[in-house]
Design a protein around this ligand. Structure first.
Ligand SMILES: [Zn+2]
Length: 93
């Protein structure tokens, strides 16, 4: 299978991210730790695999998010994301 055939956009990771954040994170703004590009999580490029997802920057290909199911754990690595700004719809009045 070609890498391009495995690639989806970040919206495909929405269900798994909702497990962690209990809200839709695809509209959150993520800042790339590699190039500084700011954009919605839903616009990142997803590379799915059996245990979880990898989301890459569409500009520089930096791995921004790794989310993996491991026995007894849901592991999140956002070391490639310098800022994740999640819309706060609860405290808005
Ligand atoms: Zn980047």
């Amino acid at each position: 299978m070609q890498v391009e055939q495995m690639r989806l956009d970040g919206n495909a990771a929405g269900g798994m991210l909702r497990e962690l954040f209990a809200r839709d994170v695809t509209a959150a703004l993520a800042t790339c730790g590699g190039c500084g590009k700011v954009g919605p999580v839903g616009a990142l490029l997803e590379y799915g695999h059996g245990m979880g997802v990898v989301l890459r920057c569409p500009s520089c290909d930096t791995v921004m998010v790794r989310l993996v199911h491991a026995p007894g754990w849901l592991r999140l690595d956002v070391s490639g994301t310098s800022v994740l700004a999640i819309p706060d719809t609860i405290s808005v009045s």
